[in-house]
Design a protein around this ligand. Sequence first.
Ligand code: NAD
Length: 381
Amino acid sequence: MLEKKIVKVGFVGAGWMGSVQMKRIVDHPDAEIVALFETNTQRGEEVLESLGLSKDLLVDSFDKIINNPDVDAVWLVSPNSFHGPQSIAALEAGKHVFCEKPCATKFDDFCRQIQLAEEKPELKTFVDYLINFDTMEHNLKNMIKAGDFGKITQIQINYRHPVNIAGDKVWKLSREIMGDAIGMGIIHSLSTMVTLMSPQAKPVGVYATNLESQVRGFEVEPIYNILIKFDNGATGFCFGNIDSSNGYDAYHNISGTEGGFIFDSQTDRTHKVRYYSNKTTDGKWIWPLDREKCKSEGVEELCWPDDTTTPDSGNVVEHQTDRCVAHFIECVKDNKRSFLDFRHSSIVAEIGWAAQISAATGKEVALPLDKAEAKKFFDAQ
Ligand SMILES: NC(=O)c1ccc[n+]([C@@H]2O[C@H](COP(=O)([O-])OP(=O)(O)OC[C@H]3O[C@@H](n4cnc5c(N)ncnc54)[C@H](O)[C@@H]3O)[C@@H](O)[C@H]2O)c1
């Protein structure tokens, strides 16, 4: 009988997000946590215990994760500044890598990650741009792909969410540890935008402005306005703000030659989504999360299932972590590249680097990035 392949995970960082992902791994039939590195020993032991795992899984150095021959995949949910160095060390040690966003806070680390991923294609990598796993995004992507909205000419996706800095998450105010505000959260909307526009169009330029902290004492500029030029002539726009917002604003507003789509994360469920398409709704707006309205307007077949998920919560417990965890485990087990692996998703990180350069220089930055020029810019920071 063939032995069932279990993906053995060396987990790093059992904090707010880490503990939720550890639970998802424990619940997954094809994965197992074989070691945990968590600098706060007491927390590490408590999380292991709460999941019914042995406290002996806790190790006292990151090296003991990457040098453990039992570990297939290193799972990084440590604070941002560790993602680059830890993922590089893990790839060098021959491990698959699940990496929380941002993939790196230093431009040199980002370049090295891509280089290693290219040199070692047998190792699977992943950056956790989680919004991609909401079923609403999946439905929207399918509609765009089917041409329901025609050629997309304008796409806005916001990310306004006062990121959690409570208690020991205060490191998120620090430039050194957090990196920049785009990587801290705004990058979610950039990733979603790139996924939705692909393969119709790809980004070719970025112009951005930013603003210093107004409310909560971030060392970096937590407010960004990012304009993206696509090669089909479309423009993407993101209002990003991790400093202040009333709730979680991942507003989408997409306009194409044959239709349009609007998602308002901050209103009641039945009104959150509306769209029209000359091809599928006869040009009339419909509300696919409102079953009664769909019924009364004779479009019940276009109504979305009740379990459709939408990106409208900043609480990691409500995020689609079960789906992203299952996706990465499947990639490792089935030897498949993720659509969010280091190489595929590098354009998203590039938009982030380009937006920082643009905001500082006041100029548009072309994509793909001129890496030598970008390196000069970041070396001088
Ligand atoms: N994809 C998402 O939607 C999402 C949501 C929340 C957080 N995150 C990401 O998850 C990561 C963790 O965020 P959080 O909110 O859980 O923070 P957190 O502070 O609650 O957790 C971080 C944990 O890492 C531990 N740690 C510190 N230094 C370490 C090191 N060198 N090696 C290993 N562990 C170390 C800390 O003790 C802490 O327990 C961040 O990178 C954040 O961007 C992603």
